[in-house]
Design a protein around this ligand. Sequence first.
Ligand SMILES: C[S@@+](CC[C@H](N)C(=O)[O-])C[C@H]1O[C@@H](n2cnc3c(N)ncnc32)[C@H](O)[C@@H]1O
Length: 199
Amino acid sequence: MFHHISPSILERMAHLEAVDARDRQDGTPKALRLRQIPPETGRFLALLAASAPAGQVLEIGASGGYSSLWLTLACMERGDQLITFEVDPNKARLARETFTIAGVSERVQLIQDDARNHLGNYQPVAFCFLDVEKDLYLPCYEMVIPNLAPGGVFVADNVISHQDQLQSFLQNAMSDVRVDALIVPIGKGLLVCRKPARL
Ligand SMILES: C[S@@+](CC[C@H](N)C(=O)[O-])C[C@H]1O[C@@H](n2cnc3c(N)ncnc32)[C@H](O)[C@@H]1O
């Protein structure tokens, strides 16, 4: 799947990595930063999404489209489109620019709105990546998990970096009988939940 990384995708990834790194150092306010996943998280997400069963591939929190680019690699192999949500109009504009410059626009549908207004419309969900403000984790989780395909995978970022803030969300997910769940120490920590193929 990684052979789908074209020079235009690589170049845009490198550009976004440089912008994010610069903004983290120079005191750019949090709301204006891209707050991207690291590349190793992107590779892991792409592997998981490529291995997921048939169904929709969703992303909640596109920012400038960096993690979306990793997920489009999986979508190219799957023959699917990524559906990604971004509520901030400036970030959504940047993400669209990313998809155009990287040459993946036909692989991505960007919905510029609060994801919670739309999540219920997508099923079955093969794969969903959640990366937004932490108070939205539980509501987004509860909207997606019932629609997961058998064998479908839900992944949430920052569960180690924001462990304290996410404590009750994590307790809920780790004891949820609808999924098998594991915390994976890649990047800022990923919660990976998989709905069993047969209950
Ligand atoms: C941590 S950043 C995402 C980074 C991105 N996943 C990446 O790695 O490139 C979180 C993003 O979620 C967006 N967001 C916050 N609440 C949202 C919501 N309810 N629906 C959609 N997007 C939301 C924010 O505007 C922000 O751009």
